[in-house]
Write a protein that binds this ligand. Structure first.
Ligand SMILES: [Fe+2]
Ligand SMILES: [Fe+2]
Length: 420
């Protein structure tokens, strides 16, 4: 029996939302595990399904017994990707060429089983959401990369299938937790951070897709240096599709926001910590966006205080990690080593870009030097520190209480607000 034999209410909610625009029908009789028939084959799905299913376990996962009529197709997605490529100047530099558009056409050839068509429609039938925009940017970036790296037709199709389905696990997350303005507690973050794992399970158990596609999907938030989630995998354990998708997903998140500085920010984010991302994708981004990146696109946000706060926090975290490592063993040692490694990479980036030096040589009245490129470097560095805290909290649940207590002061430093 799989986890999908229990109905996920958030996913069911999205399917019921879909019935407002499309017919969703039972492709088979729906039974619970006691043999009680809950819905007849051919019956249109309506809100009353939710009551009938209440806390029952099903003989067959719900996703496999429903189908959507006239839902969004891979052809629709490919058309919308083309529109994104042509309308966003950054995407235009990345993918408006014959080879990339030909690579994108492989998406039209992807044949999805009806359960995945249903989930795709539940996630993206409403095409005015930022989730759909993110989806399009991720796929378009993968198509551009496939052309740049001259991937074979088969590899291109597998990569684009993974890009298409990578965030379906989000359907199973409480939508309230996805509000961009919401600051998540550790427990809430854990239920969001599990979505790549859920997407992986959907691909394998519901979609019956090839394992390399499922694995790549499950790794789309991992980082080659082990600083990603949910499993903190390092490069030896991350598949080729996983490493490409992870970098494309991160770049998509920057580029989809648009704005003049997006090309600069994407280029900076992908190369700031050289150990994080797939090097071929890094070359693709940096080479393709070369002409768009100029000093002017850095903006001029002042950031002396943020710089000082981030560097002070980095100092404190490094010190605390070194102190805790002395008495640590097993899983806690592994987590602290990961935190120390990220700090080391952030420190290296601050040195390589001159930010460390700028702060050390600061003299009163010199705040004017803290703007432009420095702002973006410090912003990226701050994100890496925040991610250490998220990862530690994500893993803390699996630790013994005394091990959790050992990590608590480190998490407290990472979560502390900047000095007034
Ligand atoms: Fe994701
Ligand atoms: Fe994503």
């Amino acid at each position: 029996m799989s986890v999908f034999n229990s109905v996920n209410n958030h996913c069911l909610g999205k399917i019921l939302e879909l019935t407002e625009t499309n017919d969703v029908v039972a492709s088979d009789d729906i039974y619970d595990t006691q043999g009680v028939k809950l819905w007849a084959k051919g019956g249109k799905i309506s809100a009353s399904l939710q009551e009938r299913l209440a806390s029952r376990k099903l003989r067959t996962p719900l996703e496999l017994t429903l189908e959507v009529e006239n839902g969004i197709t891979t052809g629709d997605v490919a058309d919308d990707c083309q529109k994104v490529i042509l309308s966003n100047p950054v995407m235009c530099h990345l993918a408006n060429n014959k080879a990339a558009l030909a690579a994108l056409s492989h998406l039209r050839m992807v044949r999805l089983p009806s359960a995945l068509k249903l989930l795709l429609a539940a996630a993206y039938e409403n095409r005015r959401t930022h989730e759909y925009l993110h989806e399009l940017h991720t796929i378009a970036l993968c198509a551009g990369f496939a052309a740049y790296a001259r991937l074979s037709a088969m590899d291109t199709e597998l990569l684009l299938s993974a890009a298409l389905l990578h965030d379906l696990g989000v359907l199973y997350v409480n939508p309230e937790l996805l509000e961009p303005s919401r600051r998540l507690t550790a427990r809430e973050w854990a239920s969001v951070a599990v979505h790549p794992r859920v997407s992986h399970m959907v691909a394998l158990e519901i979609g019956k897709l090839r394992d390399e596609v499922g694995m790549g999907i499950g790794q789309h938030h991992e980082r080659l240096d082990g600083s990603g989630y949910p499993f903190m995998l390092t490069k030896e354990k991350i598949s080729p599709i996983g490493s490409i998708l992870a970098a494309a997903d991160a770049m998509a998140a920057i580029i989809e926001r648009g704005g003049e500085g997006a090309a600069y920010q994407a280029t900076l984010a992908i190369k700031l910590i050289p150990e994080e991302f797939n090097p071929v994708l890094k070359a693709y981004i940096c080479t393709s966006l070369r002409d768009l990146v100029s000093a002017a696109s850095c903006g001029d946000q002042p950031c002396y205080e943020q710089t000082r706060d981030v560097v002070e926090k980095l100092d404190q975290v490094e010190q605390k990690v070194a102190e805790l490592l002395q008495g640590a063993a097993g899983k806690v040692h592994e987590l602290l080593a990961m935190a120390g490694n990220i700090c080391h990479n952030v420190r290296k980036a601050l040195r390589a870009t001159g930010v460390d030096f700028l702060l050390q040589s600061y003299a009163p009245g010199g705040e004017g030097a803290f703007c432009g490129e420095v702002y973006h470097i410090v912003h990226e560095a701050g994100w890496r520190l925040r991610n250490i805290s998220r990862t530690l909290q994500l893993r803390a649940d699996a630790l013994a209480l005394d091990e959790q207590a050992m990590l608590a002061p480190l998490i407290a430093i990472l979560e502390s607000p900047p000095a007034a």
